[in-house]
Design a protein around this ligand. Structure first.
Ligand code: PMP
Length: 447
């Protein structure tokens, strides 16, 4: 019997190794990692350069508390990240993962307004069907009902507006531009309802990952959001934990929206899973106000700027740049989109194929015309995951009608080093897994 509390660990295969885009279990079975775990493993597994960087760092300095020392890999990684950061971002705060980055962002934003003499600013606005982490603060801003439900009384009060979800919400008589403006304007309405002088920030993922399956916004939506934030002095906080660090074909997903945030969170692809690491990047404006006020960000964790984690992330980021892997993400992203289109474009139950770069999602529907989702009790996403694992494929399915409307979906986020042949294998195995999952369902047909 397993003493590990993590969900169903007793029934899962035991991972013992990996190379390139594959993980290997204790029986020797190989799994094509088509989701990078949860969009983490951007360089795949067992990458010799990253392994060597970690070994060298552990041998010289594994860890030194940042209350006493700075360390070289942390300083070098910060320089690298700021050199390529969206305009205005000037400082990096290194933590151990995405939720910690979100917590830091929320607290920094609040402290900023206290420092500039606006302590009445206390509200955060986010979007329904969003996820920004599982710690209490991050969970509070997220708008994903099933993750929040049991903890609601403990969560700080936050406010939610509609996501930008054209597949479901754009009216037939509405252009993409008009739709984007309509949903972005919900932010302005919410700010006015709460009182602009009480709002701290708006938080959103540029491309929505875990709660919506690589959902991109319509063109112009984020520009409008930025304008509204500026009009009311509200901070724009972009969560690039999943969609950032090259996943969508540019280093930051927000680049493709033509906006720069005041605060940004990154994690998964930062260290590629070789070490637990995340970071919050903050604008010079926010940091200057804090430095001119009480002097320092009032926050901290034991493992801030962990030397080994920073050394791993530095090696990952150098590899992405030196091997021009963003070009690879764009090229292989096109291959993946084409392979998915060929395999699923006419599938009776794939309502939408979406995404950007090597960040793609399939939304499953019972009926393509009405976009009606499958009954959540069927647990279609879990069936697909099980069928995929049986065939040696890892994909990241989420499901069962989020907020009572969205269909199950499958998220794909393979390593940036995936080859065209491996994309072919991915599409074949996913096609077979989806067909097998549908085969047992009473109301479905396969195509
Ligand atoms: N934000 C987003 C957008 C995420 O996808 C996740 C993780 N899935 C988090 C925050 C939380 O990150 P972590 O699990 O590393 O705490």
């Amino acid at each position: 019997m397993s003493h590990v509390l993590q969900r169903s660990s007793a029934s899962l295969p035991v991972a013992v190794g990996g190379d390139g885009c594959y993980l290997v279990d204790a029986t020797g079975k190989r799994y094509l990692d088509a989701s990078g775990g949860a969009a983490v493993s951007c360089l795949g597994h067992g990458h010799p350069r990253i392994v060597a960087a970690i070994q060298a760092q552990v041998a010289s300095l594994a860890y030194a508390h940042t209350g006493f020392f700075t360390n070289e890999p942390m300083e070098r990684l910060a320089d690298l990240l700021i050199a390529d950061a969206p305009a205005g971002l000037d400082k990096v705060y290194f933590v151990s993962g995405g939720s910690e980055a979100s917590e830091a962002a929320l607290k920094l934003a609040r402290q900023y307004f206290v420092e500039i003499g606006e302590p009445q600013r206390r509200h955060f606005i986010a979007r329904r069907q969003s996820y920004h982490g599982n710690t209490l603060g991050a969970l509070a801003v997220g708008g994903n009902e099933w993750r929040r439900r049991q903890f609601a009384p403990l969560l700080i009060e936050t406010h939610h507006i509609a996501p930008c979800y054209a597949y479901r919400d754009r009216r037939d008589d509405e252009s993409e531009e008009a739709y984007g403006r309509r949903v972005a304007d919900e932010l302005e309405a919410k700010i006015l309802e709460l009182g602009p002088e009480t709002v701290i920030g708006f938080i959103a993922e540029p491309v929505v990952g875990a709660t919506a399956g690589a959902l991109t916004a319509v063109p112009g939506y984020f520009k409008r959001i930025r304008e509204i934030c500026d009009r009311y002095g509200v901070l724009l906080i972009l969560d690039e934990v999943m969609c950032g660090m090259g996943r969508t074909g540019t280093l930051h997903a927000s680049e493709q929206e033509g906006v720069a945030p005041d605060i940004m969170m990154i994690a998964k692809g930062l260290g590629g899973g070789y070490q637990p690491i995340g970071a919050m990047l903050a604008s010079a404006k926010v940091i200057a106000a804090i430095e001119a006020g009480s002097g320092a960000f009032q926050h901290g964790h034991t493992y801030l700027g962990h030397a080994t984690a920073c050394a791993a992330a530095l090696a990952v980021q150098q590899t992405i740049r030196e091997e021009r892997l963003l070009d690879a993400v764009r090229a292989r992203g096109q291959d993946l989109a084409q392979a998915l289109d060929e395999r699923f474009g006419n599938h009776a139950h794939i309502g939408d194929i979406r995404g950007r770069g090597l960040f793609m999602g399939l939304e499953l529907v019972e009926d393509r015309a009405t976009k009606r989702p499958f009954d959540p009790a069927l647990k279609l996403h879990a069936r697909i995951k099980a069928e995929a694992m049986a065939r040696g494929l890892m994909c990241y399915p989420m499901g069962g009608t989020i907020d009572g409307r969205q269909g199950d979906h499958v998220l794909l986020a393979p390593p940036y080093i995936i080859t065209p042949e491996e994309i072919g294998e991915l599409a074949d195995k996913l096609g077979a897994a989806v067909d097998a999952a549908f085969a047992g369902l009473p109301s479905a047909t396969t195509s």
